[in-house]
Design a protein around this ligand. Structure first.
Ligand SMILES: NC(=O)c1ccc[n+]([C@@H]2O[C@H](COP(=O)([O-])OP(=O)(O)OC[C@H]3O[C@@H](n4cnc5c(N)ncnc54)[C@H](OP(=O)(O)O)[C@@H]3O)[C@@H](O)[C@H]2O)c1
Length: 198
């Protein structure tokens, strides 16, 4: 099962750090190209490989760690995702107000789903500040909690498994339009640094 991260900023870098810590293979891409990722991949070691965006878009699971507004450009290279899993780690935020973007009543993940036709979209990795996501998830006698939501139960289960492999505790909120609403920016579960006790 190949996994890629598109975006190498605060969240993409945090995720790459956690993959490296567990020795889980991942490829990572950004706008500027693989050469710009040399120091990141040499710092994180052999599990993290820098590639181009077109290469990263071929993975079985593609994690989108780019600004919400940049997603259409980032995924433009794929016409039909043919059932592959896309993980939406984005939050739709207006800066500098730090308020949810007005999407005319649509949830941000519904907008992202429309940009990745044929994909099984799962929202995950969007609820913790980047520095907390980057840190060791075993903490305070338990494991840091991450949420997943998506309309395909098997894809949610796959992403839960990945989250657990990365050392976090995963909670499935169900479909995006139901339990997953609370995982959208502005919802009750965003920026909650919860720990599940072992
Ligand atoms: N920062 C947080 O604490 C936090 C927490 C939860 C969720 N999020 C969400 O995570 C997402 C990423 O946030 P961030 O803070 O990591 O942003 P960031 O530090 O600004 O990094 C953004 C990354 O996206 C890449 N990118 C932009 N457009 C692209 C394109 N068309 N193709 C490929 N790569 C592209 C950039 O590439 P270059 O490096 O080449 O410019 C950069 O690596 C956002 O949606 C944000 O809302 C952030």
């Amino acid at each position: 099962m190949s996994i890629s991260i598109i975006g190498s900023g605060a969240i993409g870098g945090a995720l790459a750090t956690r993959f490296a810590a567990r020795g889980l293979e991942v490829v990572i891409a950004n706008r500027r190209g693989p050469d710009s990722l040399e120091s990141l991949s040499s710092r994180l070691g052999s599990a993290v490989h820098a590639v181009s965006v077109p290469e990263a878009l071929k993975a079985d699971i593609v994690i989108l760690a780019v600004p919400f507004g940049a997603i259409p450009a980032a995924v433009a290279g794929v016409v039909d995702w043919q059932g592959r899993i896309v993980i939406d780690a984005s939050n739709a935020i207006d800066f500098p107000a730090f308020t949810p973007t007005d999407l005319g009543g649509r949830l941000s993940s519904e907008v992202v789903a429309a940009a990745v036709p044929g994909a099984r979209l799962v929202k995950a990795f969007n609820t913790l500040p980047a520095a907390v996501l980057a840190a060791e998830p075993a903490t305070d006698g338990g494991r840091r909690v991450l949420f997943v939501s998506g309309d395909d139960a098997a894809a949610n289960a796959e992403v839960r498994k990945l989250i657990e492999q990365l050392g976090f505790a995963a909670i499935d909120l169900g479909p995006i339009g139901e339990g997953g609403r609370s995982q959208q920016f502005g919802g009750a579960l965003v920026l909650q640094k919860l720990v599940k006790l072992d």
